[in-house]
Design a protein around this ligand. Structure first.
Ligand code: SF4
Ligand code: SF4
Length: 192
């Protein structure tokens, strides 16, 4: 990894703190958040690395990373952090800023992120079959993994209907997050 050190300001860390309340300079790069990341097999930069980008004011590297868009907001990293840093909230903050600046992750990443969060928001938990079918259709590969899906279905590993747990806490998280995004958008419009 090549990092260009910019010690001139911690401005980006300040932006992240304003949204998430988290101080990235508390992080000593132990890597525990990365080791337990649920989507570790799919991301390009580990959460530890994204935090390092922020510490070093590497704005473009953080905002153009796929990781915040693939983050499942599972909170495992936040729970594991020995410094009690809310890493999941930091990922969300990076995503908010990236969207505010209309930075586009690769199309498939954007589609996956939208479907995943939509499923969790609507039902209170992930509906795997809906996510897979929707993603395959929207990414132009409708029969991708069909055989694997059929096998999992026969073994009872995937449900054919969403659970609709109606988790109030999940809804509150989305409401809060959308309120932050909304106020960011309003500020942006006011500036123009
Ligand atoms: S677990 Fe906490 S201290 Fe360790 S790298 Fe992640 S954010 Fe930093
Ligand atoms: S909240 Fe995101 S970054 Fe943290 S462990 Fe879960 S998927 Fe990984």
């Amino acid at each position: 990894m090549h990092i260009t050190l910019n010690l001139s300001s911690g401005a980006f860390a300040g932006e992240i703190k304003d949204i998430s309340g988290a101080n990235v300079f508390d992080c000593y790069q132990c890597g525990k958040c990365a080791a337990g990341c649920t989507v570790g097999g799919y991301i390009d930069d580990t959460p530890t690395k994204v935090i390092r980008f922020i510490q070093l004011n590497q704005r473009d590297k953080a905002l153009d990373s796929r990781t915040p868009f693939l983050c499942a907001a599972c909170n495992t990293c936040s729970e594991r952090c020995p410094m009690e840093i809310d890493v999941a909230k930091i990922m969300e903050s990076v995503r908010i800023l990236a969207l505010k600046e209309k930075r586009k992750p690769e199309r498939d990443v954007a589609v996956f992120s939208e479907l995943f969060l939509g499923s969790v928001k609507t039902t209170g938990r992930l509906f795997e079959l809906g996510l897979t079918a929707g993603f395959n259709l929207m990414s132009g590969q409708p029969v991708k993994d069909a055989e694997l899906g059929a096998r999992l279905f026969r073994k009872g590993k995937i449900a054919i209907k969403p659970a609709m747990s109606g988790n109030k806490n999940v809804k509150q998280i989305f409401d809060k997050s959308e309120a932050v995004s909304g106020s960011s958008s309003k500020e942006e419009k006011a500036e123009h």
